[in-house]
Design a protein around this ligand. Structure first.
Ligand code: PGA
Length: 251
């Protein structure tokens, strides 16, 4: 089995640096004894610098967002260079919670291009709001994916990680997550779209993650025969007990 990428999206938690250090250390300890892949922790931006000292190639840091620009007149924004400077290797781009605040596909595409140009690995998120029996989510996903990667060159595209996160499955419990069949069907569709965009070799090489209520009870089933190369995990990544069970289920 190819090595998995397990990305912890801490979102706007925990509340302070002390708690962040505790969670980071606990996650690192679990990651060290997990042989099936690499772990990326994406804490809130203010904690990145304080946590970056203890990273390795199998345990690294990511940010949750980045500016598309390098110009300095961008109040509140954080640049690719700043993130790299504090040790981040990855950045989540276009998470549905940011898209809900107004982030467009075009902005996601610019941020993705900026991350790639500056040497950060973008974890580009796509996902439909709803599913219906007619399968209208496929058309939605196609449009969102193409627009979110617009302008990305073939030579850089191989460095992208794609995260498929159906919005309706985020932040719930494992019973609400997509099932393995639905996930496989969707990864095939996303893979075909990537191949159309970037050609077979690059399209096949891009890693696809799943996110949306991944928990100890469903993580193993979502891995086998579904075409995914790892997970983007929210609430369960804030809970060391759940993390331990997830790594165990994936061993
Ligand atoms: P969840 O979040 O695991 O809590 O569903 C996933 C995400 O939003 O990235």
């Amino acid at each position: 089995m190819t090595k998995l990428l397990f990305v912890c999206n801490w979102k706007m938690a925990p509340e302070n640096l002390g708690a962040a250090r505790t969670l980071f250390t606990g996650t690192k300890r679990l990651a060290r004894s997990w042989r099936k892949g690499a772990v990326v922790v994406c804490p809130p931006a203010p904690f990145l610098g304080a946590l970056s000292g203890a990273t390795t190639s199998a345990f690294s840091l990511g940010a949750q967002d980045v500016s598309s620009e390098t110009a300095t007149a961008r109040t509140g924004e954080v640049s690719v260079a700043m993130l790299r400077g504090v040790g981040a290797k990855f950045v989540i781009i276009g998470h549905s919670e940011r898209r809900a605040l107004g982030e467009s596909d075009a902005l996601v595409a610019r941020k993705t291009a900026a991350a790639l140009a500056g040497g950060l690995t973008p974890i580009v998120c796509v996902g439909e709001q709803v599913r219906d029996e007619k399968g209208s989510h496929f058309a939605f996903l196609h449009e969102q994916l193409v627009a979110s990667l617009k302008g990305v060159s073939k030579s850089r595209a191989k460095n992208i990680v794609l995260a498929y996160e159906p919005v309706w499955a985020i932040g719930k419990t494992y019973q609400s997550a997509l099932d393995a069949y639905g996930l496989h069907e969707t990864t095939i569709f996303l893979r075909k779209t990537l191949i159309k965009l970037f050609g077979r070799a690059v399209g096949m090489s891009i890693r696809i993650l799943y996110g949306g209520s991944v928990e100890p009870n469903n993580v193993a089933a979502l891995t086998s025969g579904t075409g995914i190369g790892g997970f983007l995990v929210g609430h369960a990544s804030l809970d060391i007990g759940m993390l331990r069970h997830m790594f165990r289920a994936l061993s």
